[in-house]
Design a protein around this ligand. Structure first.
Ligand code: O2Y
Ligand code: MN
Length: 591
């Protein structure tokens, strides 16, 4: 590592700024993991869990003000504001470096700075990118070794080559002195003042989405907030799908879904390639190929149990880092919506005594686990991990699915007319906020391709990038929109979701094979009722009709919001997107 002159110089500069007492170059070995865990357990940064019941698992709590990504403190720092676009927070690079420098200055005094070389994507794959994260947090190092490929093999492959410079410091972990800064023009990330999740595991959202989307634009590929899964049909054909869903829409559950018994008996099998990020390239065969650049899952714990996600439950039984969940007296863990009944007592995510029904001074129930508590777990341990999940060539994508939480408007599933119309579906994607997110509950937030918080450049140019990629594809994936969250008058979900979603994916796959029926509507192709395999699922009469219905009046209302959103991009919005907008308007008028 010390032979890489640019790397050495940068480590020296960061050392001068942060003033750590020690520098440790990580080699990624098992020995190193054990040593770091021991050190962190000794200082209380980590708590060792019950090694009989949860071998290799540890527990961590973050500061109470540091439990989720902080979008309002996240900036794209480009020389020109318009290159970040109207949907990103922007800061001038010089100002951003100066502000962060003031917080980083001397912040690692008395601490160790770890140097973590990592690869996003299999080492040696044409898709992959290198990064080096400097951090003063053992928790971050241990998470990075699960979520990415780290250490000696990376350094050997990196040689003297390009890498993303990622500097992370916890500093005071004060929300008023926290900044998550992406400098796409410098291939650099600076994150200071946080110790949690997407803010600090810099290979994830910061590199694999914000920086990578910018690199992808310049190099002609796509970095997307998408799961990748494979579905084997009863004839034995494997079809790969990529899916963009905003945070809190169940991407991990979908990526690892267990087929319902009837479909399993028929021979359906689901395999997982990734649950959060897809890097996609066109190849000479005219198809779109994708890899998951990560090696682990950083999943939300609450709501995860052996009914909602048996594969995730099996994965997290060993070698997992649990963050901000409830700690049980037997040194195992629990969370709301988790396995079995709540324990009689425990320590909550803030370390306070907890028992079921305990309330605060205003009578509000106190949860045992933070709603955004997480597990970090190796993908290789997942029982349904795909054989090809680390294939350096990736997998060919036949269908792209986009979807959000919509109580009304959006049918269960519909298919776009073609690639350009599909890009319009992605560009107009919206999702209603849940209690776990900032903003007004139930309000639909526009979240194009689920990339709103993650696009490293102007989203108008991003739509153009999608259109350009389409021009290179002779066999483009078909693009679909799904909505698992449509409700009745009482707010109850009409569709059972989870494993039953496979019925919709089966229809999507058969559409790709030209073998499923559909009716043409103003918004796209909607399944005919008899084209979905509903065997073994007895929904009340009329429910399927409601799930597949559309209201031209509601769609016209929605078009007004789409226009307001698109107007924000001014002249930069591609003409093709306006063409699709007008074509939909016309089709709705004719209806
Ligand atoms: O709150 C955080 O820091 C994590 S956010 C996250 C983690 C894993 C996968 N996706 C997300 C997301 O917000 O999309
Ligand atoms: Mn995500």
């Amino acid at each position: 590592m010390k032979n890489h002159t640019a790397l050495t110089k940068w480590v020296e500069e960061c050392t001068e700024l942060c003033e750590p007492n020690n520098i440790v170059y990580c080699n990624g070995s098992g020995e190193e993991r054990k040593r770091l865990e021991r050190e962190a357990i000794a200082t209380g940064e980590l708590i060792q869990l019950n090694q009989k019941k949860l071998p290799g698992c540890v527990y961590h709590r973050t500061a109470a003000n540091d439990v989720a990504r902080t979008e309002h403190l996240t900036f794209i720092c480009t020389s020109r504001r318009e290159d970040a676009g109207p949907t990103n927070n922007w800061m001038n690079p010089e100002e951003a470096y100066q502000k962060a420098r003031d917080i980083f200055k001397g912040s690692m005094k008395g601490r160790t700075m770890y140097v973590v070389p990592f690869s996003m994507g299999p080492i040696g794959s044409p898709f992959s990118k290198f990064g080096v994260e400097l951090t003063d947090s053992i928790y971050v190092v241990l998470n990075m070794r699960i979520m990415t490929r780290i250490g000696r093999p990376v350094i050997e492959a990196l040689g003297n080559g390009e890498f993303t410079k990622c500097l992370h410091g916890q500093a005071e972990r004060d929300i008023n002195r926290r900044l998550i800064l992406q400098f796409p023009e410098d291939n650099t990330i600076w994150s200071v003042g946080s110790g949690y999740g997407g803010n600090v595991l810099l290979g994830k959202k910061c590199l694999s989405l914000r920086i990578a989307s910018y690199l992808g634009r310049n190099e002609g590929w796509l970095a997307e907030h998408m799961l990748i899964m494979g579905i084997q049909d009863p004839q034995g054909n494997m079809t790969y799908l990529a899916g963009a869903f905003p945070s809190a829409c169940g991407k991990t559950n979908l990526a690892m879904m267990a087929p319902p018994p009837v479909l399993k008996t028929k021979g359906f099998k689901v395999v997982t390639i990734g649950d959060d990020i897809a890097w996609m390239r066109t190849k000479e065969d005219g198809r779109l190929w994708a890899i998951n650049p990560e090696t682990g899952f950083f999943g939300v714990a609450p709501g995860t149990n052996s009914k909602t996600n048996p594969n995730a439950m099996a994965t997290i039984q060993s070698n997992t880092i649990y963050t901000n969940v409830l700690l049980k007296p037997d040194m195992t863990v629990w969370w709301e919506g988790g396995e079995g009944l709540p324990p009689a007592e425990g320590l909550d995510w803030e370390g306070n005594f907890w028992k079921p029904g305990i309330t605060d001074e205003d009578g509000v129930l106190i949860p045992g686990a933070n709603p955004n508590s997480r597990y970090t777990t190796p993908a290789a341990q997942c029982p349904c991990i795909a054989e090809k999940w680390e294939d350096p060539e990736g997998v060919p994508i036949s269908a792209i699915i986009v979807g959000g939480r919509r109580a009304s408007l959006m049918p269960l599933v519909y298919e776009s007319y073609n690639w350009q119309h599909g890009v319009f579906l992605g560009a107009t994607l919206a999702s209603e906020r849940t209690a776990a997110q900032y903003g007004r509950l139930g309000e639909a937030r526009r979240d194009p391709m689920a990339m709103l918080p993650f696009c490293g450049y102007n989203m108008a140019d991003y739509f153009n990038q999608w259109l350009d990629i389409g021009k290179k594809l002779t066999h483009p994936p078909r693009i679909f929109h799904v909505n698992w969250f449509r409700t009745d008058e009482d707010g109850k979900f009409l569709w059972p979701g989870f494993g039953e979603n496979l019925r919709v994916l089966d229809w999507i796959i058969r559409r790709c094979q030209g073998a499923a029926g559909a009716r043409q509507t103003p918004i796209g192709y909607i399944p005919t009722i008899d084209s979905l395999d509903m065997e073994g699922l007895d929904l009340p009469d009329g429910v399927m009709d409601r799930l597949l219905s559309i209201s031209a009046r509601d769609w016209r209302e929605d078009l007004k919001e789409t226009k307001d959103f698109f107007d924000r991009f001014g002249d930069r919005l591609p003409q093709e997107i306006w063409d699709e907008y007008r074509a939909l308007d016309r089709r709705l008028d004719k209806d």
